[in-house]
Design a protein around this ligand. Structure first.
Ligand SMILES: C[S@@+](CC[C@H](N)C(=O)[O-])C[C@H]1O[C@@H](n2cnc3c(N)ncnc32)[C@H](O)[C@@H]1O
Length: 343
């Protein structure tokens, strides 16, 4: 993925960022001082707060969303055209960050289900291993960071395949380490779980065979990541986890086998190129701003020196327009006087 590089901050003018293709993601992107939250749509003027386990720069200080929630919001926007006229939406382990987004899809029925470990706001207290819904009845199922808690995760996956309607979609996410096999032990004591699975209530850490488990349970899948959907530059700037996978699943019709999943497609798209160009332009303009600020400070110092040397202001040539800042200041003064007079 390529975006135009930021010009040097010494450069005062020159080609716009879009005029030159430069190598790779600009390293200054990661240092960009502000953060944007795609859940609450606020700009934060500093880093995000640490997330679970002290993970730095993860949680929005305004709405507490995490990386996965912020990417979920964007993914949902992209999928929205195919999520029209939803019948039943099943949200497993609902979170306050994502439930309102899903409600915004205006499903005819929005069921929130959880086992009850985390005191979530739900409609049904129950297990994903025994969903109290008929076959083929769910048009959208969202299940983020739940399967790693369930000892019999295959039973839960089979339930997902059972309840999904023929055109229905599931969006799944689990903690996952690429290039490894799933490490699991539902009977491991807490300290071992913490060490091996990262959390006391996790019973496994998924590896690449997660795909096989889904397929064996009757689910066809596609994978998407912030990097594949948004491009590396935007994924970096938004402070997502660029390679954190989301599995988009469908139920395989009875008697058929799940097709082999396509490899993750990281080729540039019109969307990623557009986002790359936009961020390149943003960094370019930021560079310009830094340069102009520096120049303004230099001029201010020069002015001070001139004042100190007793040289008076140089009169403007006759007929020259007054500088903009003087015109604005004059207008503000007149307005203030008028307001003071009128009480
Ligand atoms: C890490 S939290 C979910 C986080 C949330 N989905 C998010 O992305 O912010 C895990 C949740 O899974 C729920 N859970 C664990 N086992 C479950 C099961 N068998 N069926 C349904 N929910 C389960 C727990 O009660 C807990 O609320």
């Amino acid at each position: 993925m390529r975006i135009p590089a930021t010009p040097s901050t010494e450069q005062t003018s020159g080609p716009s960022a879009a005029e030159g293709e430069q190598p790779a993601v600009d390293p200054t992107l990661g240092d960009y001082p502000r953060r944007y939250c795609s859940i609450c749509h606020q700009v934060v003027r500093k880093e995000f707060k640490p997330g679970p386990g002290g993970r730095p720069d993860a949680s929005c200080p305004k709405c507490r969303s995490l990386e996965r929630h912020r990417f979920f919001a964007l993914l949902l926007s992209v999928l929205e055209p195919v999520l029209e006229d939803l019948g039943t939406l099943l949200e497993v382990a609902p979170s306050p960050e994502t439930s309102p987004l899903l409600a915004g899809l205006e499903p005819r029925r929005h069921l929130r289900l959880d086992l009850g470990a985390d005191n979530r706001l739900v409609d049904v207290l129950g297990s994903l291993t025994e969903v109290p819904l008929p076959d083929d009845s769910v048009d959208l199922l969202v299940c983020y960071h739940v399967l790693e808690h369930i000892p019999d995760d295959r039973a839960a996956m089979r339930e997902i395949a059972r309840v999904l309607s023929p055109g229905g979609l599931g969006l799944l996410q689990v903690p996952h380490r690429a290039g490894t096999l799933t490490d699991e032990d539902p009977d491991a004591p807490v300290e071992v779980r913490l060490e091996r699975f990262g959390q006391a209530d996790h019973v496994r850490f998924y590896g690449d065979d997660f795909d096989d488990r889904l397929a064996e349970s009757g689910l066809a899948l596609q994978r998407v990541t912030p990097r594949s959907l948004l491009g590396e530059a935007m994924a970096t700037w938004l402070h997502t986890n660029p390679d954190e996978l989301v599995w988009i699943v469908r139920a395989v019709p009875a008697g058929e086998r799940a097709p082999q999943p396509a490899p993750l497609d990281l080729a540039p798209t019109s969307l990623t190129r557009t986002l790359d160009a936009m961020l390149g332009e943003m960094l370019f303009l930021r560079g310009e701003l830094v340069t102009h600020r520096r120049e303004a400070r230099r001029l201010a110092r020069e002015l001070e020196q001139l004042r100190g040397s007793g040289v008076g202001p140089v009169p403007a040539p006759p007929g020259a327009p007054r500088p903009l800042h003087r015109r604005v200041a004059g207008r503000v003064r007149r307005e203030l006087r008028q307001r003071l007079r009128s009480g």
